[in-house]
Design a protein around this ligand. Sequence first.
Ligand SMILES: Nc1ncnc2c1ncn2[C@@H]1O[C@H](COP(=O)(O)OP(=O)(O)OP(=O)(O)O)[C@@H](O)[C@H]1O
Length: 281
Amino acid sequence: MALFTPSFSCRIPTSTSPQRHRFLLSHRTFAPRATLAVETPSSSTADHGGAPKLLLEVKDLTAIIAESKQPILKGVNLTVHEGEVHAVMGKNGSGKSTFAKVLVGHPDYEITGGSVTYKGQDLLEMEPEERAVAGLFMSFQSPVEIPGVSNIDFLNMAYNAQRRKLGLPELGPIEFYGYVAPKLEIVNMKVDFLNRNVNEGFSGGEKKRNEILQLAVLGAELAILDEIDSGLDVDALRDVAKAVNGLLTPKNSENGRIVKTGDISIAEILEKEGYKAISGI
Ligand SMILES: Nc1ncnc2c1ncn2[C@@H]1O[C@H](COP(=O)(O)OP(=O)(O)OP(=O)(O)O)[C@@H](O)[C@H]1O
């Protein structure tokens, strides 16, 4: 079973690693493999002859909590090209969710330094809505419930808002149903999920599937999936693994910065020995 839109180009391991992951999936181009690279030093990769196109470049990003002014991100560097999958791994509280939320423009955080370039544009200058229209998608670790709003109405509104911004005609309820129904199969959800209120009474795993349904409906050029593996049972995890169908290389993030970059072998070390093995603490 496929999980995402046919343009997805990623694979993740089918093992059920206990590590929690934030996945950044870029899938404008369909590629049979995923290349992973996370830069610890600030280094930019220019596009040249046949090389994958640069999608996101984060350089020395620092951020604080808006209310308390507490520093959270302390110089994060990350480069993502089209067709790549990145896994950001780190201890609880090291700043992974914050990094994701900062990228989509969450108001709880203030940027204090560094830069983020997305498709050649200054991402930090864009409103959150503009980021979404430009193809940035984030699934939340704890998706919110929206009582009184049915899933299908919510998805239809979000989809039409995106189409309006893109200058495309909106889809009415019947047309939209025709568009969304096949996507339910992709995430192995039943039709009645469309009529239930957004995430209300959903199990943890159902909420995660619903996030992926939103991604399938809205599409994205860069999808940030925050702990997409948590709360999923073995079957659901297998569905996700099958659908994403790519190779994942983790990088390790700690105390607001990326401390180690590498391939899948780092994940194996982490699984056996814990974060101590790579952080030296
Ligand atoms: N809006 C906020 N107000 C207060 N503290 C915050 C806020 N956002 C993040 N923090 C704090 O910043 C730190 C990093 O949080 P974050 O959720 O990014 O960590 P994480 O690496 O995603 O952790 P986990 O693996 O447990 O999900 C934590 O100590 C958290 O309590």
